[in-house]
Write a protein that binds this ligand. Structure first.
Ligand code: GLC
Length: 427
């Protein structure tokens, strides 16, 4: 079985957990039309401030409800946007006034958030945006809302990325010393994305090496993602809105990886987004990930009131219902050494093999390479035995049963989104 080389951060708990919740929350919850709304609609920082910062007051915010929903859905860790590209900070930072404690809400959100999730037994991480569309020293570039402003070039002359990079340094240092964190998720670099005469941004702009040195010094065990534009510094790799079909490799070596996915295409709360994934898609996304040795981080975008909307609760309950019956095939599991049969995905944990059946066949599943290797088979959802003792005379004649293990299934698919058969391998 594949095993990535170890890195500085502690990923042992992480690869065991397999399933986490991403939360994108900020001022963009008010317009409710994508967390990139400021960039897409080219809203000047002063207008954005006026319209949304002065109205941010999530009086229904109850992190205990969020944490409970995450735990019930089977998620073992959470990553929250402490600051997204808009630049608004969810904690009482010493380095800006553009923060929750200066908004009408007045109170810090991060401390209570972290306590609530820890209380439910989840590990906690923070997302930190390297991009900042509010900070006056952040040079205008391809994504900046002022990129098409007639004076953009002139405005840039007074902006100094060095000063901005110190801001990043100070804020990350502040987050790491103020809060107890398991993951730091920095986002993102785009050194090759030039626009007009404006260059993209990468390691030299963020001062990535200096940042990593500080992060490792303060929090040696923290898990750091791969978006600082530095090779070899990351603990985890983070494909976004795509599902890898095999174990993710970097320079030919398997790495610890985590796919991040949305329920509906947008990360921030998006009222009119209609592409919510179906129950089958949600469960298969999780299974496909673990079957390729990865983690899945599924995103929730809370409303500006501080609530999850009903579509979010529906999607979470899909995971809850399935995970209550099938979590053994996820936690502690990884890509199997065996090849999955047709229309199935395999995960494995030691001598337990889990067959996830995507399309219910008529009566039989043929497990190639497993003939004679299985001592017992059962469904996870109800513990009922699945018959492996079927050396039917016609199969004997065909010599099939020696290489191939045959499972005999009920005609009707069990009433769960994706049924799972647990196989115990002989010692
Ligand atoms: C992208 C987007 C962003 C989202 C993130 C999640 O980098 O800019 O909106 O937060 O991906 O992976």
């Amino acid at each position: 079985m594949l095993k990535p080389n170890s890195t500085s951060g502690d990923t042992t708990w992480f690869v065991h957990s397999r399933f986490g919740m991403f939360i994108h929350w900020g001022l963009y919850a008010l317009p409710s039309r994508h967390e990139w709304v400021q960039s897409y609609e080219r809203i000047a920082p002063s207008d954005y401030y006026e319209r949304y910062f002065t109205r941010f007051n999530p009086h229904k915010y109850d992190p205990h409800r969020w944490a409970l929903a995450a735990r019930q859905a089977g998620m073992k860790y959470v990553v929250l946007t402490s600051k997204h590209h808009e630049g608004f900070c969810l904690w009482d930072s010493n380095y800006t006034e553009y923060k929750v404690t200066k908004s009408p809400y007045k109170k810090d959100l991060l401390g209570t958030f972290i306590d609530a999730f820890r209380k439910e037994g989840l590990r906690v991480g923070l997302y930190y945006s390297l991009i900042d569309w509010h900070h006056p020293e952040f040079p205008i570039d391809i994504f900046h809302p002022l990129r098409d402003h007639p004076e953009a070039e002139k405005l840039n002359q007074s902006r100094n990325i060095k000063i901005y990079s110190e801001y990043i340094y100070n804020q990350i240092e502040e987050l790491l010393t103020q809060f107890d964190l398991d993951i730091l998720w920095c986002d993102f670099s785009y050194p090759d994305r030039e626009y007009k005469e404006f260059p993209g941004k990468g390691r030299a702009d963020w001062q990535s090496e200096k940042l990593v040195e500080m992060i490792r010094r303060i929090s040696p065990k923290i898990i750091l993602n791969n978006r600082l534009d530095l090779s070899g510094a990351a603990d985890i790799y983070t494909p976004e809105q795509v599902q890898p079909t095999e174990w993710v490799k970097v320079e030919g070596e398997p790495v610890v990886w985590e796919a991040c996915q949305t329920f509906s295409g947008s990360w921030g709360y998006h009222r009119d987004e209609e592409t919510w994934k179906s129950p089958g898609q949600l469960i298969r996304m999780l299974v496909n990930t673990v079957a390729c040795g990865g983690n899945l981080l599924v995103n929730v975008g809370p409303t500006s009131l501080g609530t999850f909307d009903s579509r979010t609760y529906d999607a979470l309950s899909v995971y809850q219902n399935w995970m209550e019956l099938h979590s053994e095939s996820i936690y502690g599991c990884t890509q199997s050494e065996f090849t999955a049969p047709q229309d199935c995905r395999l995960t494995q944990n030691g001598n337990k093999l889990y067959v996830h059946v995507y399309a219910w066949p008529f009566k039989f599943i043929h497990l190639e390479g497993l003939g004679g290797k299985i001592s017992y088979a059962r469904f996870l959802h109800d513990g009922s035995e699945v018959d492996i003792h079927m050396p039917r005379w016609e199969l004997k004649q065909l010599d099939l049963h020696t290489k191939t293990q045959i499972l005999s299934l009920p005609i009707k698919k069990p009433d769960v989104v994706v049924p799972v058969i647990e196989l115990t391998l002989k010692k």
